[in-house]
Design a binder for this molecule. Structure first.
Ligand code: 6R9
Length: 659
């Protein structure tokens, strides 16, 4: 531990509450504590405030239509276009020369797009998509790494009313095929490759393999040439087109942004659930854009003149909402970085903050825990004085990591917003407003104005302060998912509970997170209560991983649980039973790991594969996952009396401990 950390221990360790500086509050977009009451008193009309952040072609005539719960509609009959709101209006308002996207490649190569540049590129690519046959409401899959062509393609899709479905580039070929099949998507935009820690990665091979697994016809694929001479020499097939060629063909083309209904789909985003099959979360044009714009303004405190950086990948919801749609709708400069935080040096992120004089920085606790481990000498090398506000998202942040971030990155001057939300919520839900609220490390904060989040027991009754329960959201909000693609039934069964005993009959949204609430209404998130793991802030379903493992030849049965991990938060532990005739060898272990990487991607790679002749099961035959988790965490074991095979426990424990 470096000296800086030692001082931190001494000075901040006991402190439980922190206030924003006066200087911050004075300049904050939102600083009036009355905003909470104001939202409550005028609800749902208070949400007009979010809608007013946007330019509408036609005004909506109703804020909320709740006549068919839980299929809520927001800003009913309003017409708008997301690409117009994120690009054209800034050009028209005299900000065409302001930088929209600052992109930094792993090698330090940079590309800068002003709003005028972005306007040109988005229009040209929209024209190209149209020529390839993309029509309004066709789902276009974007399987791309962090290159500027990704947000350009998203906005081009939005311009012509074609919902995009972005598949994280780190996902496997199988994962791409599953998502294209599920969304009936006939168009793909992808990339030849990208750089990771100095190496060029072949992305096109995975894309092609994924395309082979698509069970319907694919009309066209567009390929961005990122690697140039470092490329892997894949020839483009008949319906595959080079991005640059298409753009040259459409040089100077302009496409009018189509009028989308507020409730028309803007995009689909697949996320993990409790079953093996990923869920296609549907977000809409009006509610989602208003919500991300409003929360970028009120929570991230973004101003048009800011340079803002969210270090997430656009392949996740955080990147959609807070790299692309929120910041660009506000006309801010958004930074995109291709590489990893430790290449070529462990100060790479701070180098970028210094280079671009970043004002607001948003990252994940897993990254903060890694920075802490590396030591404060890395941020200390760089000038971070441009920073005004810090944020975190993706998983619970422990107070020690929060304080390290506050001290070593924010110099005790920048508020830290710990923002709880999900793919399904579209945007932030529970967090302090940085210009209003007291910060309490470890606790995300109160629900945002207008958000009715509570902590309840299994009967839906609110729990007492300090007791653990489930977080629920008891009123709709504009950024909410509208349904799961093509599966209204699953949408209801996965997320909603109707309590008919209350007077009005009430629909309640269940995010599947455990939480507790303090007397002052601050909510601490305790983690998932379903079979979903959170590995480095990424959601992975245990069922998805288990089905990948049992797909490996020789595997009879598998159980996957999460074990605590210092940096990743949670790590994948796989307990595996082999079929007779297969040996528990390193080779077999390698095959299992490969099987998971092929089915999902390297992020799901098991930390440990533990071979066992049996899994601990209850008399009714259910795998006792709680026990497997306790073993992974080397915790004292709870009750094992209901087990059919208690002897196996010690055996497994010995293997995990490696003694
Ligand atoms: C935005 C995003 C959602 C799950 C969510 C919860 C966890 C997110 C958190 C947090 C504690 C925070 N989570 N933010 N837990 N504190 N500030 O991450 O979306 O990938 O869908 O994950 O992440 O468990 O349910 P998504």
């Amino acid at each position: 531990m470096s000296d800086g950390d030692g001082e931190l221990e001494a000075r901040l360790v006991e402190q439980e509450e922190f206030e924003p500086t006066e200087e911050f509050v004075e300049q904050a977009n939102v600083s009036d504590p009355g905003i909470y009451d104001e939202f409550e008193e005028n609800w749902p009309h208070s949400w007009e405030r979010a809608a007013e952040m946007l330019d509408w072609f036609d005004d909506y005539d109703q804020v909320l239509d709740d006549s068919d719960e839980p299929f809520y509609e927001w800003f009913v009959n309003g017409k708008l276009n997301a690409s117009y709101n994120c690009v054209d209006r800034h050009v028209e308002n005299g900000d065409k020369n302001r930088v929209a996207i600052k992109w930094e490649g792993e090698h330090g190569d940079t590309r800068t797009y002003t709003y005028q540049d972005l306007y040109r590129e988005v229009n040209e690519f929209a024209a190209a998509l149209r020529e390839l046959g993309v029509e309004e409401d066709d789902v276009v899959t974007l399987y791309m790494p962090m290159v500027p062509e990704l947000p350009i393609a998203m906005l081009a899709c939005a311009r012509i009313g074609a919902p995009h479905s972005v598949v994280f580039a780190g996902f496997s070929a199988d994962a791409l095929a599953t998502r294209m099949n599920s969304a009936d998507s006939r168009f793909l935009v992808t990339c030849d490759g990208y750089y990771r820690r100095g190496d060029a990665l072949d992305h096109m091979e995975k894309a092609n393999e994924g395309l082979d697994g698509v069970d319907h016809g694919v009309d066209a694929t567009v390929v961005v040439d990122r690697l140039g001479d470092d490329g892997f020499g894949h020839d483009l097939k008949g319906n595959q087109h080079d991005w640059d060629d298409l753009m040259a063909d459409h040089d100077g083309d302009r496409v009018d942004p189509v009028e989308r209904d507020a409730e028309d789909m803007l995009f689909l985003m697949y996320t993990s659930g409790t079953t093996g099959e990923p869920k296609g979360v549907k977000h809409t044009t009006g509610g989602y854009l208003a919500y991300t714009s409003w929360t970028s303004h009120s929570v991230l405190d973004l101003k048009p003149e800011d340079t803002y950086w969210c270090s997430a990948d656009i392949g996740w919801i955080t990147g959609h909402s807070y790299i692309v749609y929120g910041p660009l709708s506000l006309g801010t400069t958004t930074v995109m970085y291709e590489g990893t935080p430790d290449y070529p040096q462990r100060d790479r992120l701070w180098e970028i903050v210094e280079k671009y004089a970043v004002d607001v920085f948003y990252t994940a606790p897993t990254a903060i825990r890694a920075f802490m481990k590396w030591g404060s000498q890395f941020p200390e090398r760089r000038d971070l004085s441009s920073l005004r506000l810090l944020g975190t998202v993706g998983e619970p942040i422990n107070p020690r990591a929060w304080k390290w971030y506050y001290q070593h990155i924010g110099d005790e001057e920048c508020p830290v917003v710990d923002t709880w939300w999900q793919t399904e919520t579209g945007g932030m839900m529970v967090t302090t407003l940085p210009g209003v609220g007291t910060m309490k490390p470890g606790s995300a904060g109160p629900p945002l104005p207008g958000i009715d989040a509570r902590v309840v027991d299994t009967n839906g009754k609110e729990v007492e302060a300090g007791r653990a329960g489930y977080i629920t959201v008891n009123k709709p909000w504009p950024g909410m998912l509208r349904t799961l693609y093509d599966n209204d039934e699953r949408f209801i069964s996965e997320y909603w509970q109707e309590y008919s005993d209350s007077d009005e009959g009430e629909w309640v949204y269940f995010p599947e997170d455990g939480a507790k609430i303090d007397d002052d209404g601050y909510i601490t998130i305790l983690g998932r209560v379903d079979d979903v793991l959170n590995v480095s802030g990424h959601r992975l379903g245990t069922m998805e991983i288990e089905s990948a493992i049992v797909g490996v030849e020789g595997v009879a049965e598998a159980a996957v649980v999460g074990g605590d991990h210092e940096v990743k938060g949670e790590a994948v532990y796989a307990y595996v039973i082999l079929e007779d005739g297969y040996e528990e060898t390193e080779e077999m272990r390698g095959k299992i790991i490969e099987g998971v990487e092929d089915a999902i991607g390297p992020i799901a790679r098991p930390e440990q594969v533990v071979f066992t002749p049996e899994l601990p099961k209850t008399r009714s035959g259910k795998i006792m996952r709680r026990l497997l988790e306790e073993i992974a965490n080397d915790e004292e074991l709870g009750d094992t009396t209901t087990l059919r095979n208690p002897d196996i426990v010690e055996d497994i424990q010995t293997k995990v401990r490696g003694d």
